[in-house]
Design a binder for this molecule. Structure first.
Ligand code: HEC
Length: 141
């Protein structure tokens, strides 16, 4: 049978029969993709517990200070900037990414105590034990 012999009605009927089949395979496939995308997005953003990160007691104490004082301006697990640069891997390099200062405890302690440009100093709010704890945590990033 050739197409030109099939009337308009017949063609419509064929289309109506085909379309639901396409939808039936397309929609579940699409939802599977959406679910996979959602799960992987969650995985990136999900907050890991101290245990999952393998933090010891001092590093956990440092993380609490970090979360209350630093997190709003610095990403801990990304190099993406917020108000300040992301601090992921900050002690893995010889120099700090933005200021170019040596990435060591002395310089970072100075930055935390005195602040820098838009960053406030913490000499009044954090004692030396707090700063030790904070450094211990920063070394895990
Ligand atoms: C109000 C936002 C803000 C807060 C809160 C803040 N910072 Fe910053 N921080 C900045 C900015 C902005 C800079 C960049 C300063 C500059 O211009 O060199 C910076 C720079 C730094 C640097 C140097 C980075 C580099 O690559 O040179 C370190 C390390 C740092 N901050 C750590 C901390 C820690 C630890 C805390 C918590 C005790 C903290 N910051 C709290 C905004 C902030």
């Amino acid at each position: 049978m050739q197409w030109k012999h099939i009337g308009l009605r017949e063609r419509l009927r064929i289309r109506i029969q085909i379309t639901p089949v396409r939808k039936a395979t397309f929609l579940p496939a699409l939802s599977v993709l959406v679910i996979i995308a959602a799960i992987s997005a969650c995985d990136v953003q999900r907050r890991q517990s101290d245990a999952e990160l393998g933090l010891n007691a001092q590093q956990s104490a440092g993380r609490k200070i970090y979360d209350s004082r630093c997190e709003r301006c610095h990403e801990a697990y990304s190099t993406r900037g917020k108000k300040g640069p992301g601090l992921k891997g900050m002690f893995q390099h010889k120099y700090l990414s933005l200021s170019g200062l040596p990435a060591n405890d002395e310089r970072v302690t100075d930055i935390i105590r005195l602040g820098r440009n838009e960053m406030p100093g913490y000499s009044q709010t954090l004692n030396s034990q707090d700063i030790q704890d904070l450094l211990a945590y920063l070394h895990t990033l």
